[in-house]
Design a protein around this ligand. Structure first.
Ligand SMILES: CC(C)(COP(=O)(O)OP(=O)(O)OC[C@H]1O[C@@H](n2cnc3c(N)ncnc32)[C@H](O)[C@@H]1OP(=O)(O)O)[C@@H](O)C(=O)NCCC(=O)NCCS
Length: 161
């Protein structure tokens, strides 16, 4: 893994402890799963977490987790990128794109993620392709959320982020 990028002067992307991801995981991804249940078994080191910070906010406006290949059940697929969330009021303003580019550069190799079906085009635009046409559902931390449909996607290009 290599260094992070800082796309603009007012947006900084940096490493954060896992606890700092919980609020946005709860608010954006799984609002019906309690804040206290947002931790994941894979959150501990060597997993790392990226936070996007704007100069106007002390808390992260975006979070994304990078799980190294050797910590997953499918290491051949490279770094996994779960739990990607940008605060609702910041969505569609380039924060997520900058975070994904930072994660790809940091991973320095193949990256894989399970994309919510309604975000598939977002990832396709950034070089990801579905591994299969098969979709599947997940219900959030502890299986306590509503079923959401996903497709597994992978990005192998390491340039052009
Ligand atoms: C998905 C998410 C992380 C992207 O972050 P973001 O800050 O909104 O993304 P950006 O503003 O950088 O990118 C938006 C761009 O992608 C496009 N885009 C965003 N969502 C899209 C979608 N669902 N389908 C197609 N295009 C999409 C926008 O038109 C915009 O295009 P542009 O690059 O030409 O400007 C964020 O929207 C989010 O948190 N969504 C809710 C939670 C979620 O679904 N997380 C991902 C789980 S797999």
């Amino acid at each position: 893994m290599s260094g992070l990028v800082s796309p603009t002067e007012s947006l900084t992307i940096r490493l954060i402890p896992p606890e700092e991801t919980h609020f946005l995981r709860h608010a954006v991804l799984w609002p019906t799963v309690p804040l206290s249940a947002q931790a994941q078994p894979y959150d501990a080191s060597p997993t790392i977490h990226l936070g996007a910070f704007h100069s106007s906010s002390p808390s992260p406006i975006g979070v994304l987790t990078l799980v190294p290949a050797h910590c997953t059940c499918s290491p051949e697929y490279g770094v996994q990128l779960p739990k990607f969330a940008v605060s609702t009021e910041w969505q569609g303003r380039g924060v997520g794109g900058a975070m994904l580019a930072a994660a790809i550069q940091y991973a320095a190799g193949a990256v894989q993620l399970d994309a919510r079906l309604d975000q598939r085009a977002f990832y396709e635009k950034r070089g990801f392709a579905a591994l299969s046409s098969q979709t599947f559902t997940k219900c959030g931390p502890g299986g306590a959320g509503p079923p959401i449909e996903y497709v597994r996607m992978r990005r192998t290009r390491i340039h052009d982020v």
